[in-house]
Write a protein that binds this ligand. Structure first.
Ligand code: XIL
Length: 313
């Protein structure tokens, strides 16, 4: 059976993958992507980001994002919105704008409400990567201008634009317990005490072979205890190249560990891989000398990691 079918049988909402517009011309790729038994959910890897959707202030372009949204609809797959506010892939008018607090607040409100309003009925990574690895707030243009209030502004705007949207904060290196996860928990409590909508936490889960945090389940339980759901939003498990049989075997175990962790926590709703094939993985372009992070190889052949996912459910 496909991975999505296995996820559903295991009581999860979906198994999904990121995808990107240029990849859709590859018919070997789309044959797997469009199989709704394999993937019950897709996330646009790039085409709903700020630079892609509001290249000039107030000028919204949804053509590329709509291709992904329409594909999900055609395939009967859930769509995850990614993302409203993030420090990366910003148009230069945001980073160079020197906006004051009132102006930047308005800009965030306009962006979040227009984006979430355009794609109604979805789950959204409203705020992406708000923390540094030491648990301090990331000193990006939003925090530097507005302090942490930008987070509530974005969440409120998203929810107001679509009350049916589910609003998440998404980050990496919060999968295990530690300073960064603790800061995220503090933020959730603070938002909830202020009545700000926060319904889920996305654990990106860009892991390294052999280094899946041992506190994954405990940490998810701690998030769940705060009254939020959890999703594994961007799973991949990279290795230093070249790949070896031993590394691929460990990677299989690592994928199984992550799936089993989600399985162990009822509030973990589903798992998304950050693309399913090494051919289109973001890893080699970002982490020099590393790669082979996905469950399918670059020729679309299933790797041991695929069997690890199956074994985890
Ligand atoms: C990545 C995309 O996959 C790449 O194509 C792009 O060049 C950079 O961004 N965390 C996130 C994702 O939240 O949006 C990032 O996606 C990967 C890290």
């Amino acid at each position: 059976a496909g991975l999505h079918v296995l996820a559903k049988q295991a009581g999860k909402l979906y198994f999904g993958t990121a995808t990107d517009n240029p990849e859709l011309t590859n018919t070997s790729y789309t044959a797997i992507l469009n199989n709704s038994q394999m993937f019950g959910q897709i996330t646009a890897a790039n085409s709903m980001k700020w630079d892609a959707t509001e290249p000039q202030q107030g000028v919204f372009t949804f053509a590329a994002g709509d291709v992904i949204a329409n594909l999900a609809k055609q395939n009967g797959q859930l769509l995850r919105g990614h993302n409203c506010v993030w420090h990366n892939q910003l148009p230069s008018w945001v980073t160079a704008g020197n906006f004051n607090a009132a102006q930047l607040t308005q800009i965030i409100q306009t962006r979040c409400s227009t984006l979430v309003g355009h794609y109604k009925g979805q789950v959204w990574d409203v705020v992406n990567e708000p923390f540094n690895d030491d648990g301090t707030f990331r000193q990006d243009v939003f925090f530097n201008t507005l302090g942490q209030s930008y987070i509530a502004t974005a969440l409120n705007a998203a929810k107001a634009a679509d009350p049916d949207a589910k609003v998440y904060i998404n980050d990496f290196n919060i999968e295990g317990t530690g300073a960064k996860a603790t800061s995220m928990k503090t933020l959730i409590k603070s938002l909830k005490s202020q009545g700000v909508p926060i319904e889920g936490i996305g654990l990106q889960s860009h892991f390294i072979v052999g280094e899946v945090p041992t506190t994954l389940v405990q940490n998810m339980q701690e998030f769940a205890a705060l009254g939020v759901e959890i999703a594994i939003t961007e799973l991949d498990v990279r290795m230093t190249l070249p790949e070896t049989a031993a590394l691929l075997a460990q990677q299989k175990k690592d994928y199984e560990t992550v799936i089993a962790a989600c399985q162990a926590v009822p509030q973990c709703v589903g798992v998304t891989v950050w693309d399913f094939t090494d051919k289109f993985s973001w890893v080699p372009g970002t982490f020099a000398g590393q790669g082979a992070a996905c469950p399918w190889d670059e020729n679309f052949v299933r790797k041991p990691a695929f069997d690890g996912i199956v074994a985890g459910f």
